[in-house]
Design a protein around this ligand. Sequence first.
Ligand SMILES: Nc1ncnc2c1ncn2[C@@H]1O[C@H](COP(=O)(O)OP(=O)(O)OP(=O)(O)O)[C@@H](O)[C@H]1O
Ligand SMILES: [Mg+2]
Length: 171
Amino acid sequence: MSSDDTIVRVESDSPSRTQALARGLARWLRPGSVVCLRGDLGAGKTLFVGGLVQALGGQGPVVSPTFTLENRYAVAGAVRELVHVDLYRAESDAVEDLVGSMIEARSDGAVVTIEWATPVQERLLPYLEVVFDMVPARPQSRLMALNANPVGWKHHEAVRAAWLAEGVVAT
Ligand SMILES: Nc1ncnc2c1ncn2[C@@H]1O[C@H](COP(=O)(O)OP(=O)(O)OP(=O)(O)O)[C@@H](O)[C@H]1O
Ligand SMILES: [Mg+2]
């Protein structure tokens, strides 16, 4: 995905602000939406998924699927289910199973979220991508970019407005 696909960049200065940004995205997700989360260990990917689950009317707590590889949350409304996958520790056989399971879940109308998705991302087009960059000088800060493949998603302006309205500093 090229940087031309960036919808909006903001700075989150706290975990709660990161979750507010997740809520700002959640209302524009649709059955079958895929959200890839990219960033270092501890960047806030799982926390962001927690914000999505909460905003979609699901029950937390959202915990890392680092060992279980995949967690599923029932959510309210048209989406019905949010699938949360973490490929960080997945062996290649497991990755293949998970890709199949994600494609099936998407076609059944779930929202699919994936941490450490880079090796399989192109097989999950179209997708949204949230990229987290740490800011060494500010431990509570994350530079966050929302990217979108241009195909199949028409809410760029709405989400840009939602993220900017959270009051975070645009960078
Ligand atoms: N602005 C911020 N946004 C998100 N998390 C933050 C922020 N500032 C501090 N944190 C802290 O960073 C940690 C993020 O943890 P989280 O499990 O969400 O990361 P992760 O990206 O999923 O990591 P991993 O790759 O290990 O799964 C939490 O402890 C959270 O409190
Ligand atoms: Mg995580």
